[in-house]
Design a binder for this molecule. Sequence first.
Ligand code: SF4
Length: 582
Amino acid sequence: MSIKLAETAGFCMGVRRAVDMVLELAQHKGRKTIYTYGPLIHNPQTVELLKGRGIIPVAHLEEIPPGEAGFTIIIRAHGISPQERRSLKEKGLKIIDATCPKVGRVQAIIKKHAVQDFTILIIGDAQHPEVNGLLGYAYGKGLVINHPADVPHLPALDKVCVVAQTTQSVDEYQHIVDEIRKRYPDAVIFDTICDSTEKRQTEVKSLAEEMDAMIIVGGKNSANTQRLAALSELQGAPTFYVETANDLVAEKLKTFKKIGVSAGASTPNWIIDRVVDNVTTQQTEHAPKIKYLFKLWIWMVRTDLYSAVGAGCLAVASMFLQRLEIQPLYVLITALYVYAMHTLNRFINRQTGSIIGSFREDSYRRHEKTYIRTAVLSLIIALGAGFFSGPVPFLFLLIMSTLGILYNTKLLPAGWRFRSVKDLPGSKNVSMAFAWAAIAAVLPPLAEELTLTAATGVSFAFIFGIVFIRSALSDILDIQSDKLIGRETIPVLIGKTHTQNLLHLASLMLLLLLVAAFPLGWTTSASFFLIPPVIYIWICFQVCDRKPGLIGVVMEGILETAYIIAGLSTWIWFLISRGTWA
Ligand code: SF4
């Protein structure tokens, strides 16, 4: 089975702009609630995520509780009528206008022609909020038509101006316009269908002709997604219209060899990813040779076991760098600590949506108790192992575990801007890198010799750097997937381009450190063998930049493989040098 994802699938410019505006507002709103006039976009999953950030949709102003005078209300991408805008102003509300500029252009055309006494014919769905808003600009001289058969029923008109809802079906629009031209030869016609809609529909038509079946992803309340599904069916392709991956029925897809996937303008990439992920997983069922290996790898990435193995590999690399005998106990402690912290923090942080939308969501929801129990048990075993290593490593591990748990915990009372460490901008990437580096690089020499050397510093810097780069790259991918991540991440704090520059600089500094560390006598020559994971990270930069269409869990696994390469590479160094610590 092969899957082809439409290039035009996902957020259009107007929706992305509206979501970005709202997220920017959410970051600075403090404890205030922000309201949107109707759901911000026609995607229930994104609306739910936004609710978690205090962005509440209201259909009527009466829904807003009393005592919220002066609150902010956001006009969504569809826009509203001038009459509605006036009543919002009269209520003294602070209005943030996220109306898509392309919708704004249609409103301006209608307004201009309405004052010149034209009758405005709007081709679109009378129930759609965009059409409702457009109608308001016609000041009582607007009529909505939805079908060629409506045209003969129109009254005799002198001056006619025609516009279309921006997400109207191109073919349907053309049929209606043909009828209008016959009836009103002097009509002034504006093709106001958005180019993003046109491209999306054209691609769906050609994909539907090429593929055996089509999956159209998007909210059931999204008119443009409904049109895509209808278009695909019109081409004769069996079409599955799904809101999320959970709506897919594996049995029904089995018989198709080539499946095309497209999505509406308000469908975030993470939902599309999960649909593709789901179909890809079914694909491996029919490829027995790679089936078990690939599934095992995906399962390990999904459950954070791959991270834990990676952390163990970094502990091995660190011990080799520091001329320490490899102690499996420290490798185990590092792996268990990392596993426990990642899992527990995800559950503590779930209210703010750290799990929702991620490829881990299904698994975490279905096996919540198992995850929590396994994470707590891992932490207890790690602490127990630390206890048997001596009082200093135990104390160190206890402090690190407490700090790890406190990361998401609200420490200050409500009203404070930064109530937990997590609230500090950029804290996630820095604290994660610090915790990994502290356990993998500092714990072994503390336990063995109670001293820290220059080699400890180099190990710490290497692990901090590589974990920081991986974590920030993963956040960049999340942004590309339209996940609603927050200011605790570097890319949201300083922007994608600055983050990429920072990561390039960090990897260059890592490279210089690794090249200089052995000649300067700081570490063993294992430092040279840590250059491959840094080069691998550079390859990951390129892969992430090109957005290769790989599903989230695969990209995460590819990034985490940098740790495994570090462990394997230094192990090869050990086999070559045979303990001479050359
Ligand atoms: S479909 Fe086009 S007009 Fe409508 S919100 Fe998106 S970019 Fe704007």
